[in-house]
Design a protein around this ligand. Structure first.
Ligand SMILES: *Cc1c(COP(=O)(O)O)cnc(C)c1O
Length: 438
C-alpha cells in the first residue's frame, strides 16, 4: 500500500499531459481539475492504476462544453418547441459564428461613429415585408406583445375576443402577460363566436387598441365565427395582430395560417410574430407596421430590456436573405421524396427497419390540425429509449406500437447520421471499443 501511494502521479504531471491540456482547452480548467482530482483519489484508493489516471480523468469528462446535446429530430414535428424550435440554416450558423467575436453591430466603420444597431437585419426584414412602414426586432413573440402593451396600453383597455385568449405554453398566457404590465383586457364575444358588433360596443375612449391573436396551437370547430382584421380597422382605434408563427407571406401548404404581408395589407396597424417558428430563424420577436407606431415602440424605455443580441441579429439576417432555412425546406418536401429517403435508410439500417408512410405536422404554434404527409423508418418501440440516450440523440415518436423515425423535420444531410445512430443501437459495439467523441 505505501508503495502504491508513492506511485500515485503528481497532480501537476497529470495536468501537463497533452490529453488533459486539450481537455482544458475545450472545457476549462475548473471542470478538468475536478476530474483529475477524482481520478487521483481513485488511484490512491487503489481503484485506478497509476498509469491509467489520465485516461480515467479524460473519460469522466464530457465531449462538449455545453450540457445541451445535439438531437436528430425524427419526430415529424417541424417546429418542435422542446427541441429548440427552428433549426438554423448553415448560413445562419455561419453568421452567428462571424458575429460571435467583435463586430460592427452598432458602429459605422466608415465614419467611426456609433451606427444604428442591427441595421442589416432590420433592412432585410423591411425588404422581406414591403407592406411594413417600420420594423423592429425584440427577444421573442411575447416580448413583442409586451412592448406594444407597455408603449400603448398601460392603464388603458385592450379589446380582444374570448376565443383568442391564448395560452402559449408552459402555463404562460397572453392575456395575463398584458395584464401584468398594466393593461386592462376588455373581452368580447364567446369562446366560439364573436361579431363585429361586439367589438363596436366595446370600443371607447379608454381603448388603446383592438388585439387579434391567432389561435396558433388549437382549433375550435363547429358553430364558430371570428372577425378578421379588415373589418376591425374601421373602429377608429389601432388594430394589433399577433400572428404567432412568423410567416411573412402566404404559404400554399398552410392556407389558414396568417402571414405578415396579408395582415398588414388588410389594414393591421401592427403585426407581432416569432422568429423561430415558420420563419425558420433564431428566437426573436418581429414587430412590423405603421412607421410612427414602430418608432414609438423602438424609443420606449422598455425596448432596451427586450433588445436582441448580435447573434440573433446575425442569424435573423442570414435567415431572411440566405438560402432556404430547414423549416421552409421541410414544408416544401414532397411525400414521394421522403418515402424514397425512408427506403434508402431502411435498407442501410437493415432488419427490422421498414419504410412506411406517416404524417407529420408543423407544431410549435403553427397550423394546428394540419397534417403533413410524410414518411418514416419504423422500428420496434423499445428502441426509443436507447436512441434518445445515444450521441447524437435520436427522438422519434411511437405510433401504433412502433417507433417511427419521421423524416419530415430531419434535414436530408442528417440521414447518414440517423442510420449510424440506429445501427449502433441495434448492434452495440463491444464494450471498450467505442471511441470517445466519435
Ligand atoms: C408562439 C406564439 C406566441 C409567443 O411567441 P414566443 O416567440 O414564443 O414568445 C405568441 N402568440 C402566438 C399567437 C404564438 O403562436
Amino acid at each position: 500500500m505505501p508503495d502504491a501511494r508513492r506511485r500515485v502521479p503528481r497532480v501537476d504531471h497529470v495536468l501537463a499531459d497533452p490529453d488533459v491540456v486539450a481537455a482544458v482547452g475545450r472545457l476549462g480548467r475548473t471542470r478538468v481539475k475536478a476530474a483529475v482530482d477524482e481520478a487521483l483519489a481513485a488511484c490512491r484508493a487503489g481503484r485506478v492504476d497509476p498509469e491509467d489516471v489520465v485516461a480515467a480523468a479524460v473519460a469522466a469528462l464530457p465531449d462538449e462544453p455545453v450540457s445541451m446535446r445535439p438531437v436528430l429530430n425524427a419526430t415529424g414535428v417541424v417546429v418542435h418547441t422542446n427541441l429548440g424550435r427552428a433549426p438554423l440554416s448553415a448560413a445562419a450558423v455561419h453568421a452567428v459564428a462571424l458575429a460571435a467575436g467583435a463586430t460592427d453591430v452598432e458602429l459605422d466603420l466608415d465614419s467611426g461613429l456609433r451606427g444604428p444597431r442591427g441595421a442589416g437585419a432590420l433592412a432585410a426584414l423591411a425588404a422581406a415585408v414591403p407592406d411594413a412602414g417600420g420594423v423592429h426586432v425584440v427577444n421573442n413573440g411575447a416580448a413583442a406583445l409586451a412592448l406594444v402593451t407597455c408603449a400603448l396600453a398601460v392603464g388603458r383597455e385592450v379589446v380582444v375576443s374570448r376565443g383568442e385568449l391564448v395560452e402559449i405554453g408552459d402555463g404562460f398566457r397572453i392575456p395575463e402577460l398584458m395584464e401584468s404590465l398594466g393593461a386592462r383586457l376588455r373581452e368580447v364575444g364567446t369562446t366560439n363566436r364573436v361579431h363585429l358588433a361586439d367589438y363596436e360596443r366595446a370600443v371607447s375612449e379608454r381603448t388603446a387598441f383592438v388585439l387579434k391573436v391567432h389561435p396558433s396551437n388549437f382549433r375550435v370547430e363547429g358553430f364558430t365565427s371570428a372577425v378578421p382584421v379588415a373589418p376591425l380597422t374601421g373602429l377608429g382605434v389601432p388594430v394589433v395582430a399577433d400572428i404567432g408563427s412568423g410567416l411573412l407571406a402566404p404559404h400554399p401548404r398552410l392556407p389558414d395560417e396568417p402571414d405578415a404581408a396579408t395582415t398588414l395589407r388588410d389594414g393591421a396597424d401592427l403585426v407581432t410574430a416569432s422568429g423561430d417558428k415558420l420563419l425558420g430563424g433564431p428566437q426573436a420577436g418581429l414587430l412590423l407596421g405603421r412607421a410612427d407606431l414602430v418608432q414609438r415602440l423602438r424609443r420606449h424605455p422598455f425596448a432596451r430590456a427586450l433588445r436582441v443580441d448580435k447573434l440573433t441579429l446575425a442569424a435573423l439576417e442570414a435567415t431572411l436573405t440566405g438560402p432556404v432555412p430547414p423549416v421552409a425546406a421541410s414544408l416544401a418536401s414532397r411525400p414521394g421524396d421522403l418515402l424514397d429517403r425512408a427506403r434508402l435508410l431502411a435498407r442501410a439500417i437493415g432488419a427490422p427497419a421498414e419504410a412506411v408512410a406517416s404524417e407529420g405536422r408543423v407544431g410549435g404554434g403553427g397550423a394546428p390540425g394540419v397534417p403533413l404527409p410524410s414518411a418514416a423508418v419504423a422500428l420496434p418501440h423499445h428502441l426509443a429509449l436507447p436512441l434518445r440516450q445515444g450521441s447524437p440523440a435520436v427522438v422519434g415518436h411511437v405510433h401504433d406500437g412502433r417507433l417511427l423515425l419521421d423524416l419530415l423535420a430531419l434535414p436530408p444531410e442528417q440521414d447518414a447520421a440517423l442510420a449510424d445512430a440506429v445501427r449502433r443501437v441495434l448492434a452495440p459495439a463491444p464494450a471498450g471499443s467505442a471511441g470517445r467523441g466519435a
